[in-house]
Design a protein around this ligand. Sequence first.
Ligand code: HPA
Length: 271
Amino acid sequence: MTQSTEATDARSTIRQCAPGLQPRIAVVLGSGWDGLTDHLTDAVQIPYTELPGFPQPGVAGHGGSLWLGCLGAQPVALMSGRQHGYETGAVDGMAEPLRVLKSLGCHTLVQTNAAGSLRPDMPSQSLMLLTDHLNLPQRSPLVGSSGSERFVNMVDAYDPALRAHALRMAQAQGATLFEGVYAWAFGPQFETPAEIRMLRLLGADAVGMSTVPETILARHLGLRVLALSFITNLGAGMSPENLSHDHTLQQAQLGSAAASRLLADIIVSLE
Ligand code: HPA
C-alpha cells in the first residue's frame, strides 16, 4: 500500500516525539477508558492537531491525543479520541491513523467503547468482550478502495486467541468479563425502545455508536483485533433511567479505574 503524504508527515512527527519507540499494539480509548494512560511509562502525548490525517477538533468535537509509551515491557500507541460516523456522516475517519500506526509497527488493535446493554443480567458497570458485531447501518469505511483485499473476511474478526487471553486475565483478576455481540447503531440519537427490542431479537448483546468501522479497517490492514465494551446503561426502555450523553460519561467515569486496570493487565501480557 502506498503511503499518503499525511501518513508520512504524521509518522515523522511521531518518530521525532518518541524516538526509538516502536509501538506494537494500538489502542482506541472510548468513553471511560482514558485511565489507561495512567498506566503508561515514558509517556509522550501528541495532540491530534499536530498529526495530519488524525481526527481534528471541530470534527471530533473535542481535542484528541495520541499517547506513546510502554505498558509493562509492551510498546503501545493509545488513541484518546476517535472519529464517529455520526459526526460528519463519513465512516472512514480512523483510516489514516490506523494506517500510520500499522506503518510504525503495530500488529494488533485493541478497541474500547461505552455501550448500552441489551441483557438484563449484564447491568451498568459490566465489561463485555466482543465476540462479533452487527453492522446495522451497513456502511463500510472501505467503499472506494480497490483491489481484491477490500473483500475482507469478517469471520473471527475479533481474534479468538486474543479473546481467550482476555478471559484468562479477567479470571486471574477475579473480574467478571461478559462475552457478546455488539450492534453498531449510527446515532447520534439513542435507540427507541422498539429498536432495542428488535436488536435483542437479532441476537445483539450490546449497542453502541463506534468500533465497527475501525474493526473493518483493521482487518483490511491485517491487524488482529480485540474489543471491550464498558456498559454504561441498559438499552432504552429496559429500565426507568433517563439516557443522555452526560449519563453515559458519568457512568463511564465511575468504572474507569477498574476497566483500565483489567485492560492494562491484558495488554501487558499479550504475546
Ligand atoms: N446506545 C447507543 N450507544 C450507547 C449507549 C446506548 O444505550 N450507551 C452508551 N453508548
